[in-house]
Design a protein around this ligand. Structure first.
Ligand SMILES: *Cc1c(COP(=O)(O)O)cnc(C)c1O
Length: 423
């Protein structure tokens, strides 16, 4: 209740403070958080829109690259800078991306003195807008690399660089994927923001979260652990439904990735799921590790019935086909005049399905997360005859700018010598 009067940056500082220890002073951190969210384009930072008496949409696309990744990446970039300048050190960030992570990281780290950034993306497999968001940023410390290969090749390249310990230490490599806790920590904040905005006294919360790597929904789980009265978390996936199958059957099993109209969720192995598994295993590292070894070698594992029941107390899961995603975009446009991006539409579809299910009780409020701005995925709307009325400022002029782009074969030696000569 005491959080009720705080602005978004004030709330953010309060929610993140317990994780900081004495690594950064209060004044410096408060200032950093304030500076981060001051440059978001909506005064409320994460505004809520009401769709039904018990369904809301929380917009998380008001940062510089128009996806929710900005809410954490913008903090992470500043924390890196702060820590490195204080110690007189530099770091080299290497990352792989299939969509929104690359541009968010580039935007967060451009022109930071102590950071060099190398982002690998699969050549011709990201959308033209996503590519240009990465390649038209004019900053000497940013290097966007189109690799001949798939997203998996890009990720393998990053792993290979980290596994060369001499290289790793010489260039002080750092990661920007959501395995880094500082990517999840700032995402906890907007769940509290939703709760505080809706008035926590009378309501119990349900969140519907479009999910791929399980990072965003794990942040919701962390919010619950911190005391937010969350009743249910709906894990909403596209046809790549490995998470949904797990929550329905207790078995996690790898199948091939199918391309969908929500590409940022085209993922097989969700790296943050390991964090939940650890908790479900009573935080026993050794037994968690055993399960993951089985998963790596056999491509599947199962948990006991009690563990599944425990997980299902909090988590519910839905898988939404491309056709149902397009249907939800159309319906929402006709009935509410709102254009949903395809990832967001999957969460909203999950919210409506839950609202009409037997689990729905009268004092529950469902908040569905809007993960990206529709203008990032213009092709989807051509099929539906929906006019994207205005291009957000962040995307204007992208196609008039010159691209700064490096092409490489999937060749380890060429990549290491490129990084060495640009450091
Ligand atoms: C990253 C992303 C997701 C998936 O989030 P996870 O944290 O990986 O589960 C969903 N939608 C959009 C638009 C994204 O950029």
């Amino acid at each position: 209740r005491a959080f009720g009067s705080l602005s978004y940056p004030e709330l953010a500082a309060e929610v993140m403070r317990p994780f900081l220890g004495d690594t950064i002073t209060r004044d410096v951190f408060d200032h950093l958080v304030e500076a981060t969210y001051r440059q978001f384009t909506h005064p409320l930072v994460a505004p809520l829109k009401q769709f039904e008496s018990n369904i809301w949409l929380m917009e998380l696309f008001h940062g510089p690259t128009l996806a929710f990744k900005d809410y954490a990446m913008q903090i992470l970039g500043r924390l890196f800078d702060q820590a490195l300048l204080a110690r007189g050190k530099r770091t080299t960030i290497v990352g792989a991306t299939s969509g929104d992570t690359g541009s968010a990281a580039i935007e967060a780290c451009k022109d930071r003195e102590a950071i060099d950034v190398f982002i690998f993306f699969p050549k011709d497999r990201v959308s033209p807008i996503q590519q240009r968001q990465m390649t038209t940023v004019e900053a000497d410390n940013i290097h966007a690399i189109a690799l001949e290969g798939t997203f998996d090749d890009c990720q393998d390249m990053v792993k290979a660089l980290f596994n060369n310990l001499e290289f790793r230490d010489k260039y002080a490599l750092s990661a920007i994927n959501s395995i880094n806790w500082a990517r999840l920590m700032p995402q906890i904040v907007y769940y509290f923001w939703a709760g505080v905005s809706l008035g926590l006294n009378e309501r119990r919360l349900v969140f519907s979260v479009p999910s791929g790597n399980f990072g965003n929904v794990f942040s919701a789980y962390a919010a619950k652990k911190m005391g937010l009265p969350i009743e249910k978390l709906i894990v909403a996936t596209n046809s790549n439904d490995i998470l949904t199958r797990f929550f329905n059957t207790g078995t996690m099993e790898i199948r091939g990735v199918q391309p969908s109209i929500s590409p940022s969720m085209d993922i097989q192995v969700s790296s943050n799921f390991e964090r939940l598994l650890f908790d479900l295993n009573s935080r026993d590292g050794a037994s968690t590790n055993k399960i993951l070894e089985i998963f790596r070698s056999e491509g599947k594992f199962s948990v006991p019935e009690e563990t599944l029941m425990e997980a299902r107390r909090l988590f519910d899961a839905v898988s939404v086909s491309d056709m149902d995603t397009l249907g939800r975009i159309s319906t929402t446009y006709k009935e509410k005049g709102e254009i949903l991006d395809p990832h967001t539409a999957i969460g909203v579809e999950g919210a409506y399905r839950f609202a009409s299910s037997a689990s729905m009780e009268s004092d529950l409020s469902i908040v569905s997360l809007a993960c990206a701005h529709p203008a990032k995925f213009p092709d989807v709307y051509k099929k539906l005859d929906i006019d994207l009325t205005e291009t957000p400022a962040a995307l204007r002029g992208l196609f008039e700018k010159t691209e700064q782009l490096h092409h490489f074969d999937n060749n380890y030696d060429q990549i290491t010598s490129f990084i060495s000569s640009h450091n």
